[in-house]
Every structure is written in C-alpha cells, then in structure tokens.
Design a protein around this ligand. Structure first.
Ligand code: URA
Length: 444
C-alpha cells in the first residue's frame, strides 16, 4: 500500500477502505508518513468528506493508536462528558460533584486551553496545591476516596490524534465534520467510559457556528459511539455569548464555588443541570425520578450545598488547599479596566470568540502550547445578550494577575479594551429566543 494512492483516492472523492485508513493512522503514529503527505490527505478529507464507515474506522484506529484506559475497577457504569469548547465553560467542575451526589463515579481526563477556548486542566490548576497529573495506576485510590478523579491527558492517549491535530491547527484543516468528530471521539473511546455525554456548543464562540452544523456533528459523534458499543447523548448548547459571568481561570473557579455555595448564573445552572441529568441517566442512577424530575433535582442539589460538599472532597483528595472561605487560589485577579457601552439599546449580539481571544491577550490562555498562563487574568461579563444598556454602562471588566506585566502597560490594556467593546453589537432591537440548552439528542 502506498500513501500517494490513498491521497489520490480521496482527492478524487473515492471511499477509502478500512485497510487504507489503518495504513494512514499507523504511518502517522510511527512517523513513517511525513507531515506533508499526512496534511495532503487531511485536506482531501476536508474537501471531499467521509462516509459513516470511514469516520468510524478512522476514529477506532486513532483510539487504538496508544494506550486505552480500563475503568473496570470502578465496578459500575462509567460516564464521561466532553465539551466541544467555548468561552466561560466551567461545566466540568460543576457536574462531577453534582453527579457524585447521585452516586455516579467519574474519571475525567481533560485538556489544557489552546486558542480562544479555555481548558479544564488550567482551571483546576488555579487552585493552590491541586495535583492535576494523577498517574493512571492511582485512579482507583482517588475514586475510592472521593468517587471522582480528574487528570490531564497523558501523551499516550490517542497519539495519532495529537499529531494530526497539531498539523490541522496550522494547515487550515481544523474545520471538518469527519476530522472534528473522529478527533473528539477517539479520545473519548480511549478514555474508557461506557457512556458519554457530549456538550456540543454552537454559536459565535464555538467551532460550529450554526445549530444545523452542531446537529450534524452531534449525530456523527453519536453514531461513532454507538458503532463502538458506547451510549452517547449530545446536549447542544448556546455559545453565542460566554457561559456565565466570567472567563479566566481563577475567576471561573470562583464562579464555580459561588454557584455551588449559593446561586449561579441562570445559563450555568441550566447547562450544568441538564448535562448532569443526562450523565446520571446513562449511569442508571436516577433513583426512579423521571427525566424532568431529575433535572429539577439536579438544579436543587447544584446550589443547596450537597454538590459543594462533594466538590470540596474532590479538591482535598487531589491536594488542593481549602480554608473556611473556600479553595485558595494561586493568584488574585486585579481589575484593570471597565469597558463601557458607547451607545444605548439592547445587547443584540456578541463576538464570543473575540472575547475569548481578548481574555487570552490579557494572559488567561496560551498562544503557543509552551506559553505560561496568568491564572488571575480574565473578564467579568456584566451585560449579556438581551440586556438593556445605557451609554456609559459597564459592559465588562478586565482583570490580570497581581504580577502581570500589563499592570504597567496601559496602552496594551486599552487596545484589548477597544477590541472587547467592538465585540458587542448594541441595537435598538432586542434579540429573541435566547436559550442556553438548544436540543438534546441521542440515546434518550
Ligand atoms: N476538539 C478536539 O479535540 N478536536 C477537534 O478537532 C476539535 C475540537
């Protein structure tokens, strides 16, 4: 078999055989296929697509390109969750303890932030002492202690995806349904859970800009999961605005704590409750509640202190410092700018990805994978879509960490603030039909 013929087949729109796909993934993993040929095939896939069988084979081959987790030690149905990414997405630290109140054990492998979307690993790392690098062999110990464990992905999980993703990132081949679906699902399958709840984000702050695109990718991932013998539900959620009231690592983890202690933003409570309800359902731990009753019960437990107790247990079990005021953080956000509305009206639309990029520019994320993070940096959103504003009202406030260079760089802060202001479209019309959870599809 020869890679040039495989590239030509896809270039001319022909179906690839399972053997051709296997040859490609193995050649990428052992580096016998050079990057330029791998990239040529990726571009042919972007342009000519893949059918369901090809996508499933590609996913399974990437999933088995490295180690595959065995979660049988949990002794119960294991459920994983994954978000396709967004700005202000703090759902994982909320749903793990919430599921735990129903006796659902979670083993979660998460990624770092790259690009404009945040990463769960970075969020947990903003808690003083929290150990996010838990060796796989120690998972049983942590699950026995708190019922939960969260760890960064090891380089050995789906290494073919790691190589292909880094090529896609720099060759204009990220956006493609077969490539996104197989990339996400290969990691989920290798993570070993029996069931998976996908949070498929859609809107200006997501890969999928429209509901139709989100629905196609959701259906594709559900089929891949089913073909691999896993149960999958996809919750399609709104990313036409940031989720909740904050983005940035310490700021978001404080928002998590405040939500669990008392009350959160409406969209955060809705998304967390619906995702948790679907995880609990797939784990078979509904306790006889109907789906609607389960969502209501999740909403109650999310903020009445029961999930908080589990959250503190998780933090302490992984070495995080907790005082009577809550978790301690590695930095203290310092407010550096108030971004004001330059006209009156309603917040009609928001360029959410641009807000994510601005948060990265403040230091909250990485531009290249080796960049350091400023854990204290981020943005507080005071106005959301549909809110009425008067000229001069504060739309959001910008933060940096206490050692940030930007504390003495007014010019850069002002240029970021100008980009933030330009991300808001203020109109005389009020937007209609804003929903944080748009649809739920899959193994209901
Ligand atoms: N997240 C992934 O893991 N892979 C993609 O291709 C896109 C989002």
């Amino acid at each position: 078999m020869n890679i040039v013929d495989i590239i030509l087949d896809k270039r001319y729109g022909r179906e690839l055989t399972d053997e051709q796909i296997r040859f490609f993934v193995r050649g990428v993993t052992d580096r016998s296929i050079p990057d330029y040929q791998a990239t040529a095939l990726l571009m042919a896939i972007v342009l000519n697509g893949m059918n369901e069988r090809e996508i499933s084979t590609l996913t399974l081959e990437m999933a088995s390109s490295g180690e595959q987790n065995d979660l049988s030690f949990v002794g119960d149905i294991t459920v994983d969750k994954h978000s396709t990414g967004g700005v202000g997405d703090k759902i994982t630290p909320l749903v793990m303890p919430l599921c735990s109140t129903f006796g659902v054990k979670t083993v979660k492998l998460s990624g770092r932030g790259l690009g404009f979307t945040g990463g769960t690993v970075d969020k947990f790392s903003s808690i003083e002492g929290f150990n996010i690098d838990i060796p796989k062999d120690d998972f049983p110990k942590y699950v026995a202690e708190s019922g939960m464990v969260i760890s960064g992905q090891t380089p050995d999980l789906a290494p073919a995806d790691k190589i292909l993703y880094s090529l896609r990132d720099v060759t204009g081949t990220v956006k493609s349904i077969p490539l996104i679906a197989s990339s996400i699902m290969s990691k989920k399958l290798a993570s070993g859970a029996d069931a998976i709840v996908l949070d498929v984000t859609c809107g200006t702050g997501a890969f999928m800009k429209t509901f139709e695109e989100a629905r196609i990718i959701a259906d594709t991932m559900i089929k891949i999961g089913r073909n691999a013998g896993r149960k999958v539900i996809a919750v399609i959620t709104d990313m036409d605005q940031p989720l909740g009231n904050y983005c940035g690592n310490v700021l978001e983890m404080r928002e998590v704590y405040d939500t669990l202690r008392d009350r959160g933003a409406g969209d955060v409570e809705d998304v967390a409750s619906i995702i948790a309800a679907n995880m609990i359902k797939l784990a078979g731990k509904t306790g006889g509640l109907s789906y609607e009753e389960l969502i209501k019960e999740c909403k109650t437990r999310l903020t009445d202190g029961r999930a908080l107790k589990e959250y503190i247990k998780l933090i302490k079990s992984q070495g995080g410092k907790v005082t009577e005021d809550g978790p301690s953080y590695v930095d203290e956000p310092v407010e550096v700018y108030k971004v004001k509305a330059d006209s009156s009206g309603f917040i009609f639309s928001i360029k959410t990805n641009e807000l994510g990029h601005c948060s990265v520019a403040l230091g909250a994320g990485r531009i290249t994978k080796d960049d350091d993070i400023d854990y204290g940096a981020g943005i507080r959103f005071m106005k959301k879509r549909g809110d009425a504003v008067l000229e001069g009202d504060t739309l959001c406030t910008l933060y940096v960490g206490r050692n940030s260079k930007l504390l003495n760089d007014k010019e850069t802060v002002e240029s970021i603030a100008a980009r933030v202001r330009a991300s808001y479209n203020i109109s005389t019309a009020r937007p209609l039909g804003i929903r944080s959870v748009i649809d739920v599809v899959g193994d209901k």
